[in-house]
Design a protein around this ligand. Structure first.
Ligand code: AHZ
Length: 314
């Protein structure tokens, strides 16, 4: 809604973009070849100092923290649903500053495998159209398609998301609380951002008396924290703890026939300022799980992106 969120003045340009920095884009990579340097014992690196390495990383991380402290959308969780949402939103709206927070070192959630020990990933139609758009190859089996390895999906969507200039991913970083404000449009509260910390700190709060977190302010948070588990269903659990939602209905048993349709059709703004999708939604709504079939996660990510655009443009 207009006036709901006023963006502070834009930060100065990133120091990573200084005149002395030469950027290499994908076009340069296309020209890549195995270099003709001396591979028989004469291979020598260009000189470097330890402080140059430290500063190359810290100045960019500092710039990123400064810039993303105010974001347009925060995505919680970089599993199959969260990454697909980031891709759909980031490509549709290059003007939006999107920040993804992923508790694990490795983004991807459960989508590095198709299920248990199995490599292949099953995606039911019509969600195969999302694979086509992202550029993930698959085999067509009629009503569903099969990606030869789930890691091919995750690495492809991840590489596309990370290449977007309007998206920043913080991994090894956990959302450990929500920011709330009185909702000017209604009587209750609205979500107005997230509270984040390095995951190792989040896991060790019991060992230190004060390890205060950081904040990211945003008019909209899209949460895809997965079903219950070590971190799972984080945002919806917090909605219950803060009184914004009465109780979780908890994920129901597996039903491949109905589960995916439900998740996609009900991906929505569950409280003002917070969209929930993917398997986190099953914990809130008491929806069935679907097991090892991923179309619902991909389509839930796209649906969340569409809802986000509607809300931000309202
Ligand atoms: O690390 C989590 C994972 O990568 C991350 N996450 C959870 N809590 C977080 C927090 N801060 C930051 N507090 C957090 N990150 O969220 C990601 C969730 O990914 P996922 O693959 O678990 O969930 P998804 O909903 O994207 O995909 C679910 C895939 C499933 S589960 C299932 C079944 O059980 O039947 N079927 C499918 C297809």
């Amino acid at each position: 809604a207009p006036g709901l969120f006023t963006r502070p003045p834009s930060p100065p340009p990133s120091t990573a973009e200084t005149a002395s920095t030469v950027s290499h884009d994908v076009a340069d990579n296309a020209k890549a070849r195995i270099p003709t340097e001396d591979w028989d014992g004469g291979y020598t690196f260009a000189p470097i100092k330890e402080w140059q390495v430290a500063r190359a990383m810290t100045k960019r991380y500092g710039d990123d923290l400064y810039r993303t402290a105010v974001s347009d959308v925060v995505i919680v969780g970089a599993g199959s649903a969260g990454l697909t949402c980031a891709w759909a939103l980031g490509t549709a709206r290059p003007d939006l500053a999107i920040t993804i927070i992923e508790a694990g070192v490795a983004p991807g959630g459960g989508a590095w495998l198709g299920g248990q020990l199995m490599s292949a990933m099953v995606v039911r139609k019509p969600a195969h159209a999302i694979l086509v758009d992202i550029g993930v190859p698959f085999e067509d089996e009629g009503d569903f398609v099969v990606v030869k390895h789930a890691a091919l999906f995750t690495s492809t969507v991840l590489s596309k998301v990370l290449a977007l200039p309007n998206v920043k991913l913080y991994n090894a970083t956990a959302v450990e609380d929500l920011i709330t404000r009185p909702d000017p449009l209604g009587g209750g509260l609205r979500v107005a951002g997230v509270v984040s910390n390095w995951t190792l700190v989040t896991l060790a709060h019991g060992l230190q008396s004060c390890m205060d977190p950081q904040t990211i302010t945003a008019p909209l948070v899209c949460s895809f924290a997965g079903h219950d588990g070590p971190f799972g269903a984080f945002s919806v659990k917090r909605l219950v703890a803060t009184g914004m939602v009465e109780q979780l209905k908890n994920m129901r048993a597996l039903n491949m026939t109905s589960a995916e349709d439900y998740i996609v059709n009900n991906t929505r703004e569950v409280v003002p300022g917070l969209i929930t999708g993917g398997m986190e939604l099953s914990e809130l709504d008491g929806a069935n799980r679907m097991g090892a079939t991923f179309g619902g996660m991909l389509a839930s990510g796209v649906k969340a992106a569409k809802e986000a655009i509607k809300i931000l443009d309202a």
